[in-house]
Design a protein around this ligand. Sequence first.
Ligand code: PLP
Length: 389
Amino acid sequence: MTIELVTSQIEDQYTSGAYSKRPLTLVRGAGSTVWDDAGNAYLDATSGMGVALLGHSHPAVVSAIQAQAATLITSAEIFYNDRRAELYALLHEITGFERYFLCNSGTEAIEGVLKIARLLTGRRGIVAAKRSFHGRTLGAVGLTWNPAYREPFEGWTPEGVTHIPYNNLTEAATAITGDTAAVVIEAVQGEGGVYPADPDFLRGLRDLCDQRGALLIVDEIQTGLGRTGRWFGYQHADIQPDMIALGKGIAGGVPMGAVAWNGRAIESGTHGSTFGGNPLACAAAIASLTALRDLNAPERAAQVGEHLLERLRADQPASVREIRGLGMMIGLELRGRVTPVIQALQARGVLALVAGKTVLRLLPPLILTDAEADHLADTVLEVLRDVTN
Ligand code: PLP
């Protein structure tokens, strides 16, 4: 019996069932490559769900985690901590925001956004977008559009959420009222199919929020920290949101989420987290953000992403309806189902994501080399040319 069989059998026996699994056991990663238990290498264009911005096991992150693990792993925010203070200062340098709430995942950052928006405005209404994805906890799933994720929990999700079509300012103007606490929007809709925001849409939302006293909140969990070719997706529209949510790669793969906003602090006791802002995750985040900055990761993502888009568009196979993207967040809308394409890519040593039933989503690490980018484009084009649907 191989290790793979034992691993997958044990997982299948005990799993919650929440995930549909691919038949692959990953055991190691370095840079843009991951290896399975038989020693086969794969180019990881999933980045572990958009997390491994710096690739896998980046040496600076590894040594920061090792050093901090031997120093102090846990210390709740009821005490001050040197690593946390350092991270706050670094986040301020990178984002320019004045206040931060640290948590442990993207969906928790969205819960934070909802609570903080309510506390700051005293209002209840939330405007979100159709096709949006904001996470799986009850508040976040209430903002998420996909009925398959939301409807099983109806009655338990927040009231007062209005979903407007993405990139539609006319409907936004009707939906945003004097009762709206916040508009929560992705800079590029990721899970929804890789749809970049029209910069005029984001600018229009900014104006409408200003006129009606609502907060403009950008969910930068997938788009943030360089992914789209700028530090933050909203920068493509030259706007300043009131609040952003961060997650995914903020701590190099160690679970962390963050809410950043401008304005007053919330009252003590209104929100909290045992693990939020723990020294281990903070040390990993300091190392990750520093490395992203030192590598000019956003600029690199803009260049390599543009190259990838050009290569894919120049040779667009007949099986592809449309290619969308911004930086290293790329979606290929297929004429047929995406699952066979994912399987064929895996057989050729490339791991990719889906976004719905027909979109192939590429979220490679931002440290992808030119040779890896060309290999990725070649393999994707090769597989898509073979697809007959
Ligand atoms: N918001 C966006 C835009 C996301 O892409 C995701 C995850 O894919 C989330 C929120 C939820 O993050 P997490 O899975 O860390 O809870």
